[in-house]
Design a protein around this ligand. Structure first.
Ligand code: G
Ligand code: G
Ligand code: NA
Ligand code: MN
Length: 255
């Protein structure tokens, strides 16, 4: 297919970009870091969202070179920002798909990306979904162990959707739980969703996990999540995903 051929060349033609969405400390309002979100500047289709090309990338295995590029680029950019904004020391989280996680050399790839960017491991987080844990064999388990030993933090993305299973949270000791946007967006209008958020918060606390609420769009949600003592938030209320230049300007304004 055309999309596949184009995608194959996207890395070498320098058409990929990372956008950065701030993660905000809800108590202080400070920027804790960014989630790196992949974009493809397609020569004819314009700026494409990963929703449009990640499925193809996963089916064809192209997600491996794409994901490796994203890891290297996020580490390089973060390292540059840390030099530029030493008082802020922003962190970055990078999405890693199940196909990448099944690669036996993922830990090496991640550690090399850190080393060549001269970035300390504790500033890097990896976002995984439940499917990563579901499909995981011994290799994935070893990757998780090895990277956690290096102080890299793991974040469970989209929690509460898909094939959530509480047993995964027990079996794989992850550091941070991200409450899915669908619950956050409905919690103001529907008591049921507020209760679901409360339950997820209680679960995360009992497992000693930090909490991020994604998809925050309103001040009402901010007030409520602060009340529930949720640590971090992300969403259009604070900022859309920004290109690197705009994210740099945002950091400069907070310096
Ligand atoms: O930024 P946007 O909302 O369009 O992202 C859509 C989806 O693509 C999200 O689920 C996000 O987790 C995923 N995604 C974004 N960047 C990456 C990436 O670098 N690797 C992988 N595997 N998924 C990504
Ligand atoms: O799967 P993942 O949670 O990584 O997807 C994040 C996606 O959600 C990104 O594509 C991003 O552009 C989008 N997003 C980020 N903040 C908001 C928000 O406040 N509202 C909505 N509707 N989408 C958001
Ligand atoms: Na994510
Ligand atoms: Mn998510």
């Amino acid at each position: 297919l055309r999309l596949e051929t184009d995608l194959r060349r996207a890395v070498e033609r320098d058409e990929l970009a990372l956008y950065y969405q701030p993660l905000v400390n809800l108590a202080s309002g400070e920027i804790d870091g960014f989630e790196a979100l992949l974009r493809w500047r397609h020569p004819e289709r314009g700026l494409m969202s990963p929703a449009e090309f990640i499925p193809v990338a996963e089916d064809t295995g192209l997600i491996v070179p794409l994901g490796n590029w994203a890891l290297r680029e996020a580490c390089r950019q973060l390292s540059a920002w840390q030099v530029q904004f030493p008082a802020l020391r922003p962190k970055v989280s990078v999405n890693v798909s199940a196909v990448q996680f099944a690669q036996p050399d993922l830990a090496d790839v991640v550690l090399q990306a850190l080393a060549s960017a001269h970035l300390e491991a504790r500033y890097l987080k990896l976002e995984i979904t439940e499917s990563v844990l579901m499909d995981s064999g011994d290799a994935a388990m070893q990757t998780l162990d090895r990277l956690q030993d290096q102080q890299i933090k793991f974040l469970m993305d989209d929690f509460g959707t898909g094939y959530s299973s509480l047993s995964y949270l027990h079996r794989f000791p992850l550091d941070i739980l991200k409450i899915d946007a669908s619950f956050v967006q409905k919690m103001e209008k529907e008591a049921k969703h507020d209760e679901i958020v409360q339950a997820i918060v209680a679960l995360a606390r009992s497992l000693n996990m930090e909490i991020v609420a994604e998809g925050m769009e309103t001040l009402g949600t901010l007030a409520r999540l602060r009340e529930l003592k949720v640590g971090f938030g992300q969403g259009y209320l604070f900022s859309q995903p920004l290109d690197a230049e705009a994210a740099g300007r945002l950091l400069a304004s907070r310096r």
